[in-house]
Design a protein around this ligand. Structure first.
Ligand code: TYM
Length: 333
């Protein structure tokens, strides 16, 4: 393992983790554990940029940690903690609030999508959310950040912040991070609308498969998933202009470690009735052990808390000297 490489990533505990989180993020986090020093964070401070009921937030923070572990994050090998335990995230975010430019944040599509016409009513935290994300990563001088496609713009902003900070303060303290966006699951779309991403905040439960869904629920959701009237094409090129078909084929590909093209070859000419049955089988096969393990872990919340406390201590030990170095560069005494 090289000293130069450190992985950081996180997810918001704002609802049940879903198939998009698993295929776009968690699965790749697990793969990176053998080659990198990895830090995986439950970003509870990001969560409160929109209203969260306190008791629900606590429960969902534990459930997010359980999802990380159940999908294969090893809390001995990697560092697993919740963000609010390490004060440096907030401290560095403030410094970055003073580095990032309003024009940069105004370009963030996720903010625009989230607030729609209600911009004036959005919290200030939601607006500067990407600066906190940059702080999460750079507090550990992380070099590699495994995420789904939707986080790409935020990582470009992280690079801009690091570059401007290094330039303004004539230092090379911060690395320029590399996004790690892998595989066919990098952009899982809603089961109800193939042009919208699968998301925790979609009001329809049928838009997503949650990691807590049992086999019957998964089957019902896939059965109801939107499709079109055609059969499956011979190659992935034939999926062009068919967002729902593209998505379901992509999910099947990601779950079976195949490409969309290979899945098309396998199911060429078959209708969605057949294909949905096959998809249900692989989804249940892959997700059932995760759901069972999450339930087992959630039976012992005190153990999850112990893991988060220990992870927080390990994270703090890395963050503290870096934060001191940053403060010195800025001129704080
Ligand atoms: P969040 O909580 O929305 O999602 C967690 C991870 O899951 C990925 N993801 C998806 N991948 C594929 N298809 C989807 N439909 C899908 N939905 C979500 C996300 O890309 C992400 O990797 N801002 C981040 C959390 C964060 C973070 C960080 C990430 C805070 N600080 C520092 C990396 C590094 C977020 O809201 O992710």
């Amino acid at each position: 393992m090289s000293d130069q490489k450190r992985v950081f990533s996180g997810a918001q505990p704002t609802g049940n983790m879903h198939l998009g989180n698993y295929l776009g993020a968690f699965r790749n986090w697990v793969k990176l554990q053998d080659d990198y020093e990895c830090i995986y964070c439950v970003v509870d401070m990001h969560a409160i940029t929109t209203w969260q009921d306190p008791a629900t937030l606590t429960q969902q923070t534990r459930e997010a940690a359980a999802a990380y572990i159940a999908t294969g994050v090893d809390p001995e090998k990697s560092i697993l903690f919740n963000q609010s335990r390490v004060p440096g995230h907030a401290e560095l975010a403030w410094i970055f609030n003073c580095v990032a430019r309003l024009g940069w944040l105004n370009r963030m599509t996720q903010f625009k999508d989230k607030v729609g016409k209600n911009r004036e009513k959005a919290s200030c935290g939601l607006y500067v959310y990407p600066n906190l994300m940059a702080a999460d990563i750079l507090l550990y001088k992380a070099t590699h950040v495994p995420v789904g496609q939707d986080q790409k713009q935020h990582l470009e902003l992280t690079r801009d912040i690091a570059t401007k900070f290094n330039h303004d303060f004539k230092t090379e303290i911060f690395p320029i991070v590399e996004p790690v966006i892998m595989g066919e699951g990098a952009k899982v779309m809603s089961l109800r609308d193939g042009t919208k991403k699968m998301s925790k905040s979609d009001p329809s439960q049928y838009s997503r498969i949650s990691l807590t869904d049992d086999a019957d629920t998964i089957m019902a959701k896939i059965r109801k998933a939107k499709t079109d009237a055609e059969t499956l094409p011979a190659t992935a090129a034939g999926l062009e202009g068919r967002p729902e078909a593209t998505n379901l084929v992509g999910i099947y590909a990601a779950l079976t470690d195949a490409t969309r093209n290979q899945v098309c070859v396998q199911f060429e000419g078959r209708g969605f009735g057949d294909f949905k049955k096959a998809l249900t089988d692989v989804a249940v096969e892959k997700l059932a052990p995760i759901t069972t393990e999450m339930a087992r872990l959630m039976d012992d919340p005190a153990e999850i808390d112990r893991i988060l406390v220990r992870g927080g201590e390990r994270a703090q030990a890395i963050a503290e000297p870096i934060l001191q170095e940053v403060k010195q560069v800025v001129g704080f005494i």
